[in-house]
Design a protein around this ligand. Structure first.
Ligand SMILES: NC(=O)c1ccc[n+]([C@@H]2O[C@H](COP(=O)([O-])OP(=O)(O)OC[C@H]3O[C@@H](n4cnc5c(N)ncnc54)[C@H](OP(=O)(O)O)[C@@H]3O)[C@@H](O)[C@H]2O)c1
Length: 243
């Protein structure tokens, strides 16, 4: 195993948006950060866009829907770093904006591949490296749109965003968070779901109100928890979100 004093993080979907801001903030805190992107060129361009040559940011190809690419990234990480401290499952897609009655199987499948099966596969294949690490921290970038409790309130500000595929994919990601946290609790893992808030990115045509730096702050907060931090929770800027 490689010796390294700096903690090591990997962020999926890190070539733009919230993932890129999380990458930069973690690196600024002294982490070696693997900037994972499904397209190698986009990853290299993202790294080049960060005007901080002092930061240790390493582009790596990883398509969360392609198990072979995840396995190849895991092999490189094992070889280069030997272990992983923090995994941020950030990659996600909005999919087609279809209400429940119009969402066809393929539309549902596409979003679940990226937003649910992707993080489950990435976590499974990187878990041995996380076990070998010191911090054993996983953050699943979820959304308040995944909260069934909030959707049941008529005055939920995002109630009109009634998109079956996207919303329920985040509900499923929350379920993965709870069940994985329960499984790994005895092994001192911290597994939490975090809502970055409505943020101006490609995902929503830059209609979001928050900046990517603001969104990244809450993700980084739960990516850098100390040993007394929570596990199995769903967090936002204001505190705990209902499931
Ligand atoms: N923006 C918001 O208001 C908001 C609110 C709540 C939660 N979120 C969540 O925050 C996360 C980041 O979203 P964002 O707003 O930053 O959107 P974004 O700017 O569209 O970024 C999404 C990232 O995910 C990547 N990605 C998509 N499919 C992938 C795949 N199969 N494998 C690897 N990477 C893939 C994209 O890569 P490409 O560039 O190659 O497409 C991109 O890097 C998502 O999980 C999203 O659901 C966002």
């Amino acid at each position: 195993m490689k010796e390294h004093v700096q903690p090591v993080a990997l962020v999926t979907g890190a070539n733009k948006g919230i993932g890129l801001a999380v990458t930069q903030q973690l690196a600024a805190r002294g982490y070696i950060v693997y900037l994972a992107s499904r397209d190698e060129q986009r990853g290299a361009e993202a790294k080049a866009s960060i005007e901080r040559p002092d930061l240790d940011i390493r582009p790596i190809r990883l398509d969360v829907t392609d198990v072979e690419s995840i396995a190849a990234a895991a092999a490189r990480l094992k070889d280069e770093a030997g272990s992983l401290d923090v995994l941020v499952n950030n990659a996600g897609i909005a999919g087609q904006p279809l209400p429940p009655s119009q969402c066809d199987a393929q539309a549902l499948r596409d979003v679940y591949e990226a937003n649910v099966i992707g993080p489950v596969s990435v976590t499974r294949l990187l878990l041995p490296l996380l076990r070998a690490g010191q911090r054993r921290t996983i953050v699943n970038v979820s959304s308040e749109l995944g909260s069934l409790t909030l959707h049941s309130y008529p005055d939920f500000p995002f109630a009109p965003v009634n998109l079956l595929a996207y919303c329920s994919s985040k509900t499923a990601l929350n379920a993965f968070t709870v069940l994985l946290a329960k499984e790994l609790r005895e092994d001192d893992f911290k597994v939490n779901a975090v809502n970055p808030g409505f943020t101006a990115t490609d995902l929503n045509g830059f209609t979001g109100k928050r900046t990517v730096d603001q969104a990244a702050e809450i993700v980084v907060k739960y990516a850098t928890l100390d040993v007394s931090g929570p596990t199995g929770g769903f967090f936002t800027d204001g505190g705990i979100l209902p499931w």
